[in-house]
Design a protein around this ligand. Sequence first.
Ligand code: TYD
Ligand code: MG
Length: 461
Amino acid sequence: MKPRRRTAFFCSQCGNGSPSWSGRCEACGSWNTIVEEPVQEGAGRPGGGSGRKAEAVPIDDIPAGDGERIPTGIPELDRVLGGGLFRGSMALLGGEPGIGKSTLMLQLSHFLAAAGETVLYATAEESPGQVANRARRIGCTGNSVLVLPATRLEDIEDALGRTGAGILVVDSIQTVYSEALSSGPGSVAQVRHCASELMRLTKPGGRTSLLVGHVTKDGTLAGPRVLEHLVDTVMSFEGDSNRSHRLLRALKNRFGPSNELGIFEMTQHGLTGIAEASAFFLGRRLEDLPGSVVCTVMEGTRPFLVEIQALTSPTRYGFPQRSANGIDSRRLPMLLAVLEKRCGLELGAQDVYVNVAGGATLADPGADLAICLAVASSRLERSLPAGLAVAAEVGLGGELRPVSGFDRRLREARTLGFNLFAACRDDCAEEDKALRGHSTLCGCIEDILAPRGRRGGEADS
Ligand code: TYD
Ligand code: MG
């Protein structure tokens, strides 16, 4: 009997379903995101109907079962995944077009196939010829990666059965559709249905799958948020198309720490990992320049050094400009207000520009002190002492707060020849003279940016 077709309404932002149309999604609050889509009774219920009843087991009786991790052959990717790809997991890789998702998946497939895995690479966006050309260009040849041109989910299912592949790559989930639904590829219902079907096809057999996903203009993963809930790992590939470096972040990871960062460079021969992140980001730094501060940041468990630059210049027309690149743009006005109110730095008639050199994007609040010092340094036209790196969060009261991973930041700074370190007092060993412990932003600025000759005085109390 042909299944009965009916329609339902879904939010294209978060995937929430509702029986009727409305202008605003009740679940996520987005406007004009509800779309009508055909659904089928019984479709898209992953793993349903096995008939076996679930049993509750005492927690101590459950074997530890720390699953197997497959090294991907790409150390930066292994770092983001928390030590390799977890066998039987499903990962989602999101990113803007042209950022290098297909390249990364191809390199990964190449390494895994060379390590003896059967890899099925389902390409729904590019022809097998295009994939093969890229593989030749970046030297991913001489392997046994199976390339499947497929946009139909049923074809992928078929190929999985025939090849017995243990690793499945789907590039991309938005271009795959299932015949079970009448809506088009990329629609909320299709993306959700295809992902949960793929989960059903791979997980029980211990197969590992990687889905490539597109992001919308505002940077969130296109398709329903439900996709993010469904998969085990969500990675986001970011970068500026005008620069060669790319940042890979784990936004969610059921098998490792989230927020872990991998750094790559896009070269002629594909993506190469950058293990020496600090040296990469500090590469072109000019010393003794007012407005330039070296900051130690932590992204996940990885410490690295970046240069934060600020420029203040008198406002000539209208309102003072505030511009932030690489940091949270809402945080800058707050830090400027603290500098004005707590430290008496006059910024009301100044344009302020802050930039993270090298194009890194920072989420670490430990960059606060560096931002404040950079602005003060530019405003006062005084440079910081050579060899100084800083890390502290700044509160609204102008107080400095300790940062996470202090020891690791300090070690990284010293490895790169930064032997002075300004941070919050709580974390500083008294006997360590190279550490300048401070409890207030004001005291820190006075100590570090004092006119030459007066420097090196006591830290504030
Ligand atoms: P691609 O992996 O196709 O991106 P996505 O799948 O995320 O859309 O990468 C495309 C870009 O990368 C393209 O602009 C060309 C560039 N590129 C290189 O610079 N070097 C290379 O070796 C490869 C394969 C691509
Ligand atoms: Mg692609």
